[in-house]
Design a protein around this ligand. Sequence first.
Ligand SMILES: CC(C)(COP(=O)(O)OP(=O)(O)OC[C@H]1O[C@@H](n2cnc3c(N)ncnc32)[C@H](O)[C@@H]1O)[C@@H](O)C(=O)NCCC(=O)NCCS
Ligand SMILES: Nc1ncnc2c1ncn2[C@@H]1O[C@H](COP(=O)(O)OP(=O)(O)OP(=O)(O)O)[C@@H](O)[C@H]1O
Length: 196
Amino acid sequence: MRIVGLTGGMGSGKTTVANYFKELGVPIYIADDAGKTLMNTNPEVKAKISSLFGEQAYKDGNLQRIYISDQVFDSPEKLQELNEIVHPAVGSDFLKWKNKQDSSYVIYEAAILFETGGYKKCDLVVLVTAPMEERIKRLQARDKSSLEEIEARMKHQWSDEKKRKLCNFEIINKNLASTKEQVRNLHEILINTGKN
Ligand SMILES: CC(C)(COP(=O)(O)OP(=O)(O)OC[C@H]1O[C@@H](n2cnc3c(N)ncnc32)[C@H](O)[C@@H]1O)[C@@H](O)C(=O)NCCC(=O)NCCS
Ligand SMILES: Nc1ncnc2c1ncn2[C@@H]1O[C@H](COP(=O)(O)OP(=O)(O)OP(=O)(O)O)[C@@H](O)[C@H]1O
């Protein structure tokens, strides 16, 4: 079973694209969601996060995402420490999940697949791109976040130019009909090239 990495900068449309693959019956693992679940449920991960960020990291057992975001996105060292707690836990959770799937390929969706080196564990990688002004507009509409908050996260992510050099396929997410068509075409390619 091949592992197809799906990545793209913040607001590029990864989840939108992942949902189109899901409609075609492809099993999807969303690393950002899994990370959040593990941060709320895995006792070892919770203990490490509490010792790194203090008592305020959890309230009634729930991760305080805004508090953590404020701590990490202005501090590369803190972000790296958090990543070092969360990413290995996500990696092993993914392998357990993958072993339960029955499909010619699965999708591993992660915002920072290249930045973490996670792409090396994938058989191939699909990059989702969209013009920066569009991405910012979409994020402001979706999350009501400020430009400063968006930029604080984006500065920890590679540029599309850098990612493009390492990806196998690119989906350009401008209008949704064309994006869906690109996903359908790519799915055919992935199914056909996966046959022995
Ligand atoms: C700091 C946290 C709690 C903020 O949660 P929040 O719900 O606000 O954001 P969410 O996780 O949905 O991320 C939204 C977007 O922010 C960007 N982002 C998230 N984590 C990172 C990171 N470590 N580095 C760079 N950008 C990031 C991505 O574009 C992502 O799609 C959360 O992002 C987190 O735990 N991040 C560190 C762990 C991680 O890397 N998770 C993602 C892959 S497993
Ligand atoms: N082609 C498009 N046209 C208009 N809106 C879009 C398009 N693609 C995605 N969107 C909207 O833009 C927002 C961001 O898309 P999505 O959540 O798929 O991006 P993402 O890359 O997963 O974001 P993040 O990195 O923040 O998790 C969503 O509200 C989505 O509905």
